[in-house]
Design a protein around this ligand. Structure first.
Ligand SMILES: Cc1cc2nc3c(=O)[nH]c(=O)nc-3n(C[C@H](O)[C@H](O)[C@H](O)COP(=O)(O)OP(=O)(O)OC[C@H]3O[C@@H](n4cnc5c(N)ncnc54)[C@H](O)[C@@H]3O)c2cc1C
Length: 308
């Protein structure tokens, strides 16, 4: 990693700076996590493929970061290359009855463009604070719809190459998508339907206000801590019934607005957050015999304890 050629080669591939030791606490919505060894921006699909090729050549792991809204990174950081999508990979335009977008565009921007174009289907995602690429990787969804329902194809970057995959090849399932190992989504095509702009706007407002009354607002948090288990009760309900809403660890606390969210009250460490997640998980297991699985993604030397 101290190889002086590495930074130079990353910068050459990216056509811009490779920043070093940038703390994830500045790049994630929960606001904790140690430094990333390198952070580079890819402003197009070929640039992305070239960056991945350099990382592979140096046997260095890479990680594509969206808006960091579903991510917990270890306090001692992560020793690889973090890639952010910029430039052309944040553009979005209409194509027939759908949209073709760079994967770095934010979901609220995609939802608003759809509304302006009189295209319906994305209203439930208004207010989800991630990128389109992150949403595809997580098969993000809300109020009964998931992004995978709307995807027709994605373009992905791999070391030295760019390829297109149809939605059928991606195995979309509840909050998951089967991308090839190491693939970075660079562009996404969405199929929507023609709709009335006023109806679309109204429905976006309804979804947004449902979100605002049921989730924490204006605080540092990430998305749902745990996936909903099989059965009728969601993770939030199980956590609330197990008394988790009153729990905290250091500056990390379970949200009073929704028990499946953790809030960083200021200065929480990733160790605080993971300890709180462990406690919540144990409580639900003791009370209901259900083992909750994390929805938030982990990066670096961090993870939940094994359940006994
Ligand atoms: C207040 C709040 C409310 C939320 N509500 C919802 C909700 O209703 N529904 C929901 O599903 N989620 C919700 N989330 C979680 C989150 O916003 C989504 O999962 C979002 O899609 C993640 O996008 P991101 O760009 O922030 O991804 P990140 O958190 O940056 O990354 C998440 C994962 O996706 C991968 N990834 C990111 N970009 C790409 C790419 N281009 N190619 C391949 N992999 C990629 C990352 O490597 C990582 O593994 C919420 C989060 C918050 C903070």
């Amino acid at each position: 990693m101290s190889d002086p050629g590495l930074r130079r080669d990353l910068e050459r591939a990216a056509g811009g700076p490779a920043e070093i030791d940038i703390p994830f606490s500045r790049m994630t919505t929960i606001g904790c996590g140690g430094p990333a060894a390198f952070v580079v921006a890819a402003d197009g699909s070929q640039t992305l493929a070239a960056i991945l090729d350099v990382a592979r050549g140096y046997h260095l792991p890479w990680f594509v970061l969206g808006l960091g809204s579903n991510l917990l990174v270890a306090d001692d950081g992560w020793p690889g290359v973090v890639i952010r999508l910029t430039g052309k990979l944040r553009e979005c335009r209409r194509r027939g009855d759908g949209l073709e977008c760079g994967a770095g565009v934010s979901l609220p921007r995609v939802a608003r463009l759809a509304w302006k174009e009189g295209l319906t289907g994305l209203e439930p995602l208004e207010g989800v604070p991630g990128t389109l690429g992150g949403a595809v990787a997580m098969n993000a969804g809300a109020f009964g719809m998931s992004i995978g329902d709307k995807v027709t194809w994605v373009e992905v970057g791999l070391p030295g190459k760019v390829m297109r995959l149809d939605a059928g090849q991606l195995g979309f399932a509840y909050r998951s998508c089967r991308l090839p190992p190491g693939a970075v989504v660079s562009r996404v095509a969405l199929q929507l339907s023609a709709g009335d702009r006023d109806d679309i706007r109204r429905s976006m407002k309804v979804y947004l206000s449902r979100r605002e009354t049921s989730q924490p607002r204006g605080v540092r948090t990430f998305g749902s801590i745990f996936r909903n288990p099989a059965g009728d009760a969601g993770a939030g309900e199980l956590l609330e019934r197990a008394g988790c809403k009153e729990l905290s660890c250091g500056a990390a606390a379970v949200s009073g607005a929704h028990a499946n969210f953790i809030v960083n009250g200021g200065g929480a460490t990733a160790a605080d957050v993971i300890a709180l997640m462990d406690t919540c998980r144990r409580r639900v297991h003791q009370r209901f015999g259900i083992v909750l699985e994390p929805e938030v993604r982990f990066l670096g030397d961090i993870g939940l304890k094994e359940m006994e």
